[in-house]
Design a binder for this molecule. Sequence first.
Ligand SMILES: [Zn+2]
Ligand SMILES: [Zn+2]
Length: 352
Amino acid sequence: MTKFVVTPADVAQRDAWAGGAIPEVEQVRPGLWSVPVPIPVNPLRYVLVYVLELPGGVAIIDAGWNTDEAYDALVAGLAVAGYAITDVKGVLVTHIHPDHYGLAGRVREMSGAWIALHPADARLVRERYDDAAIDSLVERERELLRRCGVPALTLDELAGASMMIRHMVTMARPDRLVEDGDELKLPGWDLRAVWTPGHSPGHLCFVSPARRVLFSGDHVLAKITPMVAVHPQSSRNPLADYLDSLAAVRKLDVDEVLPAHEYRFLELAERVDSVMAHHDERLAEIERAVAALDGAACWDLATRLTWSRPWETIPPFMRRAANNETLAHLAWLEARARVRRVAGEPDLWFPA
Ligand SMILES: [Zn+2]
Ligand SMILES: [Zn+2]
């Protein structure tokens, strides 16, 4: 295979991101396209769906949010690449968040494509999107927040904060389960799955050694760090999972990272190092806060940390995320015996 020269196209994507625009549909490599699909009411604005050409059709990596606007953008993007929605043979989903997974069911309906997911995220599908199971999920979230010391008045608002977006996700069951190291066996592609739990328990990246690209989903992004939080569907120590997963992809020998948001970029190892450094700083800040307060609940610690804006101006949905992210860092410190949890109503955190 002739080595594809990386064009400055990544600059165009970055400029579009920086300018608040939706980037163009781009041919990233021969036989590989990137299609921005808009996300409603979200500062990320779009998810980048990757279109992989196959003999007689395409596979896509991620699908987009389940809205008409997103569906139309996907169809239009496929048309730029010379394909119709009916040409989609498979949907590889990096993880079950609605901006990636939401539209997968509709794509399957239109094309008969299979949907692939890691088993750890497939397990969450029913609970996350099934009406019968959702009450128990909300109840467990409420219990978690209560143990964090969230004031009673705010509990209802916070526990149900993600329910309003649920109806935008169709409950599609995956047809294929993809495990760590699995070869996807797409004709013309040497695509291998890399299980990267942390942001989601079943998050998958996909690497093509021949094309020297990494499809990184939400695992590694150019500017933002993905949310890693303790929640009812997470592991006990998702930050440890995440940092291990970062170390796993850092070793990959690729020329370019193709993420699901923002823009594509070249320096995988450097970006991984800076994300790791960010979490080190955050862990140190939280450890200092635990020492200073000497017996505080997670919520009280969260309100005292530095965030991108003053705590009072953070909306409820984001406050819950902030709390659960703080808890992920506390759980990591606890596992390393750097802080100590005293279980109670609420749990209190002390220096080790
Ligand atoms: Zn995500
Ligand atoms: Zn995302």
